[in-house]
Design a protein around this ligand. Sequence first.
Ligand code: AMP
Ligand code: GLY
Length: 439
Amino acid sequence: MATPSPSLPLPTTGPERILVVGGGGRENALGWALARCPGVQRVWVAPGNGGTAELAGCEQLPIADTNHPGLITACEELDVDLVVVGPEAPLAAGLADRLRAEGLTVFGPGADGAQLEASKHWAKALMQEAGVPTAGYWPATSLEQALAVLDQQNRPLVVKADGLAAGKGVTVADTVAETRAAIEEVFDGRFGAAGTALVLEERLSGPEVSVFALCDGSSLVLLPPAQDHKRIGEGDTGPNTGGMGAYAPAPLLDAAGLEQTRQLVLEPIVRALQGRGIDYRGVIYAGLMLTPSGPQVIEFNCRFGDPECETLMPLLGPELAQVLAACARGQLATAPPLSIQPGCSACVIAAAAGYPGEVRQGDLITSSLHANATLQLFHAGSRRDGDSQCHTAGGRVLAVVAQADDFDSAFERAYGGLAQVQFEGMTYRRDIGHQVRRR
Ligand code: AMP
Ligand code: GLY
């Protein structure tokens, strides 16, 4: 892989004033992890949420991630020297490009690279070009075209709306009739602009694992693999959610498996991005399925997973701020190695009643949880009214995360923390990490 030119100026210190863009649990976890890096003086999270200001070293900045001019002005006024963009929507909308055009140092790909997540068809074509293992696929831009593929295949297929659909654009059909219904639903306009095209895919099977790579445009740093729980119900049943909990490092992918993922998936995709002239500086998130014939990429995302981010951040060392800044500058080789703490991290999500459907909102959140070195509380869908009380304001409300030497102890600690948090209708899965727990 290309290494940065030695003639580039080397950063002598890490960033001191950091803006994290986004308002979920992921962004609070990023803010918390960056604020504890030596040399970091201030961290703002925009727009943040009800829990942001409670995190040591973090301040909430009430600017929406769609307000690009507002964010640019804030960066100038606050003398921000690193911006970390959390969610996919502002990345796909070109926020990183706008900020870079102002001379800011930004961790997060431009709109070109964000197509990795924002267009399933674009991503599949790139994977094919790069020789990355992935399910066979057929793109379609009309109902007739999609139904013609289905008639010809005459087997159940996976139906994916092409654009960003907040995790709801995928149907894994069990029958041809279900496949047909899902195709019709996409072209009925259920997904708005995301549903003017789709991708049909072969259905694969196997356990899933998420791999995150920090990329500076050419070089990569891989984080420990994580596994999340997408379904709402215990035993991995019921409708899909954004993720009800996670754990890391996922033993499913050992050191050799991670190295294989680097060589088969991540390095080829970075070369393919470079081949298209894309200087990708941010997270490459590979959602893998470990099939009997080896790892296959189910999807790429252009950001950290949520709740995988909350799970991983406590395992990352104090070099994180310098490493993200070095990625943002295209100079990963100048950063210190990112240390990874030994041990296990466990994350459990507390959601509002009704999630992932219509949810109750505005319920008072009370907590007697005292965060410590191995226990964290990250808010997601919460809002603070005035300066005092915090209320629910979304589907996934809180993430409780804990670390220990083994998964049993880490989950015991996380569930113990969760028992100290209450709100009306609080819903959570008791079996997060069932694959790695013995009790
Ligand atoms: P997404 O909403 O893009 O995260 O995808 C939702 C889920 O659909 C993935 O986590 C997989 O469980 C499943 N999925 C996506 N593509 C396939 C595929 N080709 N075969 C089987 N399952 C799939
Ligand atoms: N936890 C899955 C995601 O962030 O897409």
